[in-house]
Design a binder for this molecule. Sequence first.
Ligand code: CP
Ligand code: NVA
Length: 302
Amino acid sequence: MKRSLLKMADLSKADIDDLLNLAEQLKYERKNGIAHPYLAGKTLGMIFQKSSTRTRVSFEVGMYQLGGYALFLSARDLQIGRGEPVEDTARVLGRYVDAIMIRTFSQKEVEDLAKYSGVPVINGLTDYEHPCQVLADLMTIREYKGTLEGLKLCFIGDGNNVANSLIVGGLTVGMTVAVACPKNHLPHPDALEFAKNYPGKFILTEDVREAAKDSDVLYTDVWASMGMEDEAEQRRKEFQGYQINAEIEALAKPDAIVQHCLPAHREEEITTDVFERHANEIFDEAENRLHIQKAILVKLMS
Ligand code: CP
Ligand code: NVA
């Protein structure tokens, strides 16, 4: 595995398998009261330029369970919020902490942090990707289905950060990935370019039904991501129909699971009835953020 986790393309299939196996072991140990202080004495700095419930709490709790310490660093309070260059912030933090997790807007900021800090950096969400989320999703899907290879994953909605990571991650582990999104909200060109390496395994369509048909996993995310608040009203119009509802659910396989990275906007990208029918799967997915991120921390920091 590389020194940092900046995007899904940093991971090979073997890397993902290793992370999922370690996460499964850590989850088992946690449930059975077996302590695993692999990161005793280590410190993680966590920079947040955007809001978070799951990412913040799961990284902080995860570091604690591993015997280490996590510092929450709001960008509003850091000098970075007053214009201190990221390369200087990186060089300073690299002298204090053993690894950095960052949630921000630009992918370049994360790449620069990794370049200048000299310590492992974890992407906790950018406008480009959300790799920790998608690793938790793959872990959850494997728990429910027993395997990943050969499954059909259908993503409906905005071709956003989560979609980009799902395309790369899903294809890497041997899934067929079908994405239904409006034509002016396509996934990032890099993700589409990556998909060209998997002929016959990637479907991009405006037709939600075609994408959902015979799926093993139905996945959606908000129509307006963080930072798009001003466009939310306009997007509500553009994304009409790009919704997981009972009709779409019926097109998937009878034992299909539904995933949502959360937070969810009920009656927008997913209806309340479908969400509640699949709530266990969705909250297992949220729980697995903790276990997979602990695996990432152990792999990068010990
Ligand atoms: N899914 C996710 O990353 O949630 P938060 O924004 O609450 O961290
Ligand atoms: N696409 C969403 C994911 C939130 C976890 C966003 O970026 O806001």
